[in-house]
Design a protein around this ligand. Structure first.
Ligand code: IPE
Ligand code: IPE
Ligand code: MG
Length: 246
């Protein structure tokens, strides 16, 4: 039997006194999860929405400050129309239920991405949930919806150029630029988790993840659990972050 030194951590053993401030997740693998079970891809998205609820509540319970999830990318519009509308329908249902549960769950929701192109019903739910969220101080969950990091960077570049031309800022610094991203004011993610087995960022937080630790796992998103979050955090806690230093 292997004996562990007191300070050595086993996989899955989290130091809850030293949590990261911000975790980001690429919620991937819904389609493959459904395919494995002979179900339509939309069944995978429905299961994935439940996983999101579990994970967001868990992150709030352990005291995480920020959770950012990738729900729908600027490239996901390329999918068949029936899959896109099923995803939008699930989002509507999720937000509709969230309005009722927020008082109890105290999970704050914010949205990153251009939501102006979404259906009026979805937009109304987004403003309602954002409005309720403004009163809470708990875990902030940022839902990336019609989000693409290149689109985000381009928008911030345009806004920055305008602010500079108008003399609103004396110089364009990294801090001024970052302020104009959807994530303006939020610390960069310490950890980016991608379930589903792919090792790529797929246009997610390209600016913010400059020094994030990247955690990839084959587990498909609908199978993700609190234990998987613990494993990822415990892994992060064993990393030595150097930020380019010696
Ligand atoms: C992620 O799961 C959900 C969205 C991109 C909306 P996928 O639908 O990409 O699932 P896979 O990757 O095909 O298994
Ligand atoms: C990334 O997953 C987007 C979301 C999880 C919302 P994709 O399934 O769209 O990414 P690719 O196509 O595998 O790169
Ligand atoms: Mg995918």
């Amino acid at each position: 039997m292997r004996l562990f030194h007191r300070t050595e951590k086993r996989a899955g053993e989290v130091d809850f006194g030293n949590l990261p401030r911000h975790i980001a997740i690429i919620m991937d693998g819904n389609g493959r999860w459904a395919k494995k079970r002979g179900l339509p891809r939309t069944a995978g998205h429905a299961a994935g929405a439940e996983t999101f609820r579990t994970v967001a509540t868990y992150c709030k319970d352990i005291g995480l400050e920020y959770l950012t999830v990738y729900a729908f990318s600027t490239e996901n519009w390329k999918r068949p129309a029936d899959e896109v509308s099923a995803i939008m329908g699930l989002l509507e249902r999720y937000l509709y239920e969230a309005v009722d549960r927020m008082e109890r769950d105290k999970v704050k929701l914010r949205f990153f991405g251009d939501t102006s192109v979404l259906s009026p019903k979805l937009r109304a739910l987004i403003s309602r949930t954002s409005e309720i969220s403004a009163h809470y101080a708990g875990c902030q969950v940022n839902v990336c919806l019609n989000y693409g990091a290149r689109d985000e960077i381009l928008r911030a570049a345009r806004e920055s150029a305008e602010a500079l031309a108008a003399g609103e800022i004396p110089a364009l610094t990294e801090a001024e630029f970052a302020q104009r991203l959807w994530s303006g004011g939020i610390p960069d993610p310490d950890l980016v988790i991608r379930p589903g087995g792919e090792m790529r960022l797929s246009n997610f937080l390209l600016w913010q993840a400059a020094y994030s630790e990247l955690y990839f796992t084959d587990t498909l998103w609908p199978d993700f659990s609190k234990l998987e979050i613990d494993r990822a955090i415990a892994w992060l806690q064993r990393r030595e972050r150097r930020y380019g230093g010696a």
